[in-house]
Design a protein around this ligand. Sequence first.
Ligand SMILES: NC(=O)c1ccc[n+]([C@@H]2O[C@H](COP(=O)([O-])OP(=O)(O)OC[C@H]3O[C@@H](n4cnc5c(N)ncnc54)[C@H](O)[C@@H]3O)[C@@H](O)[C@H]2O)c1
Ligand SMILES: O=c1ccn([C@@H]2O[C@H](COP(=O)(O)OP(=O)(O)O[C@H]3O[C@H](CO)[C@@H](O)[C@H](O)[C@H]3O)[C@@H](O)[C@H]2O)c(=O)[nH]1
Length: 431
Amino acid sequence: MKMSVIGCGYLGAVHAAAMTSLGHDVVGIDVDPEKIASLTRGEAPFFEPGLPELLTASMASGQLRFSTDIADVAGCTVHFVAVGTPQRRDGHGADLTYVDAAVEALLPHLAPGDLVVGKSTVPVGTAGRLAVDVAATGAELAWNPEFLREGFAVKDTIEPDRLVYGVASERARQVLDEVYAVAVAAGTPVVETDYATAELVKTAANAFLATKISFINAMAEITEVVGADITLLADAIGHDARIGRKFLNAGIGFGGGCLPKDIRAFTARAEELGRGESVSFLKEVDAINLRRRERVIDLTVDAFDGRPHGRRVAVLGLSFKPHSDDIRDSPALDVAVRLHGLGADVVSYDPEAMANARRLHPQLTYADSAEKALAGAEVVLLVTEWPEFRALDPVAAAALVDRPVLIDGRNVLDPVAWRAAGWHVTGLGRP
Ligand SMILES: NC(=O)c1ccc[n+]([C@@H]2O[C@H](COP(=O)([O-])OP(=O)(O)OC[C@H]3O[C@@H](n4cnc5c(N)ncnc54)[C@H](O)[C@@H]3O)[C@@H](O)[C@H]2O)c1
Ligand SMILES: O=c1ccn([C@@H]2O[C@H](COP(=O)(O)OP(=O)(O)O[C@H]3O[C@H](CO)[C@@H](O)[C@H](O)[C@H]3O)[C@@H](O)[C@H]2O)c(=O)[nH]1
């Protein structure tokens, strides 16, 4: 099939490239000329394992091209909308400006029988509103939310856990079955719904994941008062198959371009619908999450007896999670910036996110290796659990720092081994 992907950010660029693996011809459209220039050179504008190889192969085979000109969707019969839906500047809900602009730009280029497929995460009710304008052209709308995780985005797109088709006709379902024929033939479960359910599935999935993380972080607030161990607690409750161990890693909390903004947008939409109380717990989920960052800052300030000014802190990690260079709402970067704001001498290192961090926060000091960040540090904060930080040798690290004080914001280092090497170790929610 010939298809377009409107919006080539994290989601759209991966989706465009992955659709070629499913056998389709794809044109990716974005309003950002730099992004399109980079993609056209076969260079991913962000770090995503496997994406550069896929881009190169798909472009070499002629199945994939990119353009800033929406008229280049000509000849495509399926059009994915994958533009951003960030938090609004006033904080109240999702900013739908980009989705509205993308659909409006697409309308004159639609032919009767085309399918417009929304992939962006939107407040419930958006698809129903957009479907009217799309139908006026003789085309049809479907909503097909995306569940990929950054860092595993290529695999998650080619081999999704499930596909959700928010459709208004049998024909739309058939077109989506054709789009995802490879995955469907491999047995991927398909859940067919109306528009509103499809929109809510996405919002509910992210709300559930955020709630699971904040649940374990709330437990961590209790375990750290009584000297209990949150990691063992998570292991023990996680053995119950009804609970499961995934997304029970306590630490500095969740960030990124999705979970934080999506729970806030959900809360705002529920309030608009007169059902704010149904999801009021998400405000607590958000508050618990943000308190974990405060905790790391407080522990650091305490490690300097309340006077962090001019004291050297090594911050290991800046991205919101490993295997990504994304710094959107990153707890790691937030902590680095705020400690700098308190006058600490913060030296940060991240294997992939430093260029993004430097652009946004040129005031911070960046080291070009973990070892250089550690040199002369009086407190070491581990805030993104990259494999290379997990593999640090505590004896070698102790030789680099001024004072062997470690705050493990992700609970990934072995406290026994680090203490044996002379470190004073504090975890989040564990002794
Ligand atoms: N990033 C993820 O892991 C992920 C996963 C699932 C769902 N989502 C959802 O997908 C959507 C996109 O997220 P993202 O992380 O890719 O955002 P992003 O900010 O990385 O990318 C959005 C892209 O859309 C482009 N754009 C904006 N207006 C446009 C227009 N009118 N025409 C063409 N291009 C336009 C921007 O230039 C940008 O490149 C959001 O709704 C997000 O919640 C993201
Ligand atoms: O036990 C855990 C698991 C995750 N996190 C943090 O939670 C955040 C989000 O992690 P993850 O969900 O893996 O990252 P995303 O790539 O943002 O993916 C989420 O957001 C996407 C965009 O909506 C969805 O498509 C995915 O299904 C959903 O997992 C990160 O800061 C993690 O460090 C924890 O603190 N503890």
